[in-house]
Design a binder for this molecule. Sequence first.
Ligand code: HEM
Length: 217
Amino acid sequence: MSWLSSTIAKKFAMAISGVLLVLFLLSHLTTNMLSVFSEEAFNEASHFLGTNPLVQFLAQPVLMFGVVFHFVLGFVLEAKNRSARPIKYAKKSTDNATWMSQNMIYSGLVILAFLALHFIDFWIPEMNYKYIQGLPEVTDRYYEELVHKFQNPIRVGAYVLAFVLLAMHLLHGFQSSLQSMGINNKFTPSIKKFTQAYAVIVPVGFIFIALYHYINH
Ligand code: HEM
């Protein structure tokens, strides 16, 4: 992909894929939040998403491609930055914002590890149920499956830790993606505030769901 050869093009592609993932997070949070308010609504939404061909064969492959693309390009950019800066900064900054921007690769790696666990927990059993075993659709199974996963305190702890690192990743990543896409106008300070609020509220929402099911079942 020669169009990706310059660092600017890579940063731009990183930003586009990042924003796609940020949008996915909000829709994923919304669906999962239903499980806190109504078992029936959560089952209905999961059944719809799990059986709709547009979601299954268009949105899901695009999302998977986006996830892999974002991680692979993240590693490439990190390797490039390291080789351009063979001597480490003499003194790491104590400024929080700079610290987070310098450690995107580490928060990204934790999120990658979380995704591996998360896929083993939910996505692989789902693919197995539907496409490998070809079991008949049971529309009210989703809530039970979800609640069951949040009974194990070690899993809940691992999820919560990953969500804290997700917040740190988004705190730098979301605003930086807009900068990489060249969005810079009089609304920039307000946009920055919005991205920071989003970076905290979405992971806190996920933490709430995990703890809610752990405490209530
Ligand atoms: C408490 C928090 C969360 C819960 C309860 C949850 C629940 C689920 C469930 C039930 C599925 C299976 C969907 C299906 O294929 O039928 C799923 C898939 C998935 N989750 Fe999560 N999730 C949570 C947090 C996250 C976070 C923070 C991320 C990203 C960093 C994430 C990324 C994904 C991805 C990429 C998939 C596969 C795509 C899909 O099938 O839609 N999840 N999740």
